[in-house]
Design a protein around this ligand. Structure first.
Ligand SMILES: NC(=O)c1ccc[n+]([C@@H]2O[C@H](COP(=O)([O-])OP(=O)(O)OC[C@H]3O[C@@H](n4cnc5c(N)ncnc54)[C@H](O)[C@@H]3O)[C@@H](O)[C@H]2O)c1
Length: 364
């Protein structure tokens, strides 16, 4: 201000203009980066595409008319997870890239030329994270860094980083909004906190257009049988008594198609770059009530046996999770559409129709 009011010398006028034009450029870049991506006909990459949520996301993106690339973990069997179960005409529309998130070259090649990247690939099992925490660091933290570096290098227009409600630990207040403290109660949660922080830092440091979508517990067809709902269903289908760990913890459950809709909104919507947004139903249910509800739907009598192998260390068990989803409603115009009863019915029907590979015994 003072420079302009007094007699400005030539060099300071140039400097002032340079700063003004840099600020204007920064505003243009900011508003440009903050514009949502119209996904139709755009090239998008899904990491973790062979997994539970990723495979549903791939189907939804194809239905939207995207050119979908999937990054799936390489194995010598040539299997690509749930992508293998897709009908041939859907599979033909997908470009499959096999690799490992820990390999920066593979990830960089995969994101090249993409308009949007949905990063879901991760190790997600909490009990396995007690045994091999290092693998979680490598996959979830180093893997996410590889995705961010690649997206920055190839100027991807929107990166959707998938977080988890586990980052909050046991609720310190309810419902949990995005400002709730983050507490790593398991190596898995700690690795996801680090991954989110890196994503946030790439937005702050380099203006990478990242939106962090934070789903609470998601359920539905294709979920791993280690997760609570498939565990209950599969055991009921095989025996009279079900073995569970702690039954008092509560969770906030969202059906997978609703979670997928929120994840897609994270790429499409204007003005959400740099934000972290919860996706959850806003209601909680305890594990014991959930088991009761599934028993009713299956027409079975509930008999629970506590299994010490499934009980988590006291400080690690997340006792309560329930979301405040106001931000998602406000900025993503998102709300869950599938009520718990209907979602559970659909999930039970799917597991009954797809019994292959069932294991009701406990595996970490
Ligand atoms: N399922 C839930 O309730 C839930 C809730 C909140 C957040 N999330 C998050 O959603 C994402 C997807 O979870 P999901 O339930 O579909 O899990 P999932 O285990 O079914 O899918 C994860 C995928 O990541 C892949 N992957 C793991 N390590 C890899 C590596 N090194 N290289 C390449 N790919 C690798 C796996 O092969 C798998 O296909 C994760 O980031 C998870 O943290 C899940």
């Amino acid at each position: 201000m003072r420079l302009i009011a007094s007699e400005p010398c030539k060099s300071s006028m140039i400097e002032t203009r340079a700063i003004a034009s840099a600020n204007a450029l920064a505003r243009t870049v900011e508003s440009c980066h903050n514009a949502g991506v119209n996904l139709k006909d755009r090239t998008v990459l899904v990491t973790g595409a062979g997994g539970f949520i990723g495979s549903h996301l791939v189907e939804a993106l194809i239905a939207k008319g995207c050119q979908v690339r999937v990054f799936v973990r390489y194995t010598s069997t040539g299997r690509y997870g749930w992508i293998d179960s897709f009908r041939a005409e859907i599979r033909q529309q997908i470009k499959i890239i096999a690799g490992d998130l820990r390999d920066s070259d593979a990830v960089r090649d995969a994101v090249k030329g993409c308009d949007a990247v949905f990063h879901l690939g991760a190790l997600i099992g909490i009990p396995y994270s007690y045994i091999h925490p290092r693998e979680y660091v490598d996959t979830n933290i180093v893997g996410t860094t590889n995705v961010l570096v690649g997206c920055r290098e190839h100027q991807v227009a929107r990166v959707v980083q998938i977080s988890t409600s586990e980052v909050y630990g046991t609720a310190q207040y309810v419902p949990i909004d995005e400002k709730h403290p983050q507490v790593g109660q398991s190596p898995y949660a700690a690795s996801k906190i680090a991954a989110d922080m890196l994503a946030e830092s790439f937005y702050r440091s380099f203006g990478l257009p990242v939106t962090i979508i934070r789903p609470f517990n998601t359920y539905g067809p294709r979920q791993s049988q280690r997760a609570i709902i498939p565990t209950i269903i599969m055991q009921f289908l095989e025996s009279e008594t079900i073995a569970l760990g702690a039954t008092s913890p509560t969770r906030d459950l969202t059906y997978v198609t609703d979670t997928v809709a929120g994840i897609i909104r994270g790429a499409e919507v204007d003005g959400v770059v740099g934000m972290t947004i919860n996706l959850g139903s806003g209601t909680e249910i305890s594990v014991s009530k959930l088991a009761e509800q599934i028993a009713v739907l299956l027409g079975r009598k509930l008999r629970i046996r506590e299994d010490a192998d499934r009980v988590r260390p006291e400080g690690s068990e997340v006792a309560r999770l329930v979301s405040n989803n106001s931000l998602a409603q406000q900025v993503l115009l998102w709300r869950p559409l599938v009520p718990l009863g209907q979602g559970l019915r659909q999930t039970i029907d799917w597991f009954q129709a797809n019994p292959s590979g069932i294991r009701s015994d406990y595996a970490v």
